[in-house]
Design a protein around this ligand. Sequence first.
Ligand code: DGY
Length: 321
Amino acid sequence: MSDLPVLLVTRRLPVAVEARAARDYDVRLNADDSQYDADALISNSRDVDAILTCSTEKFTADVIEKLSPRLRAIATFSVGYEHIDVTAAKARGLIVTNTPDVLTNATADIALLCLLGAARRQYESTAMLRESRWGRWDATSLLGVHMTGKRLGILGMGRIGRAVAKRARAFDMEIHYSNRSRLTPGLEDGAIFHDNPEDMLSQADFLSINCPSTPETYHFLDARRIDLLPDGAVVVNTARGDIVDDEALITAAMSGKISGVGMDVYEGEPKFHEGYLSLPNAFLLPHIGSATVDTRDAMGFRALDNLDAIFAGKEAQDTLT
Ligand code: DGY
């Protein structure tokens, strides 16, 4: 019998990550990547010391209460941790960690892709080619919204929001942001702070949502707030789907109030509001913000670094408080 800590891995992870986990832990992998609901999480966690999970598994207070009594830690392979009731986990003495930093650039890249894809009508343009509808070049069709020099509002100026700002500066955009607290001048780097996010909306020709999903941000972008945006604004969400009221955003994109939407995340994903599919001005991706080979390896290694620290009796660098 191995004296390594027993580690449950709830999803298939990159080969290098699973190999390292198998080297250092008595590992229980999810070979067919089946979906673990509450009952499966509870039964598969029997006699495990740690769980390495993803944002697809829901650790509610009820699930947490029923997990193995010997469990010490839950490490999530994600920066977002709204799927784990951290308060309930801490109350039963569990350490919860996430994977910040390593996915910042990949996610910011996708935010820029969404901004450009929505503003420059990627969906309609590509459809024209794929459906053999391209006639002669002409001066008046598929005219998009110019991004360079415009105002970008960033909701949530954490690591990813700041990386979006950095990229947007290369487009000479004027950066506005709203955040729980104002950044230091160094981190702000000339961005204009709005204490009240609603004040930022009227300045946002482009809006990039980069804040976490919390009870406070739930459906932040609703019909009333969409009305505050300039006519023809472009809205991009690469954070979490439930920050947007889909019905309101789709209605606004249909009316032209919003000229384009770029979405990588959806409320209730992998299901999503079908209205997005009927929008010609929507650039849609299936939650691929962190989906590069390097980034996904780095996320797995970061999660394992955290577990290694815990089992070495040290503090994990990404312990959630
Ligand atoms: C994250 O890390 O939070 C990504 O969105 C994947 O869940």
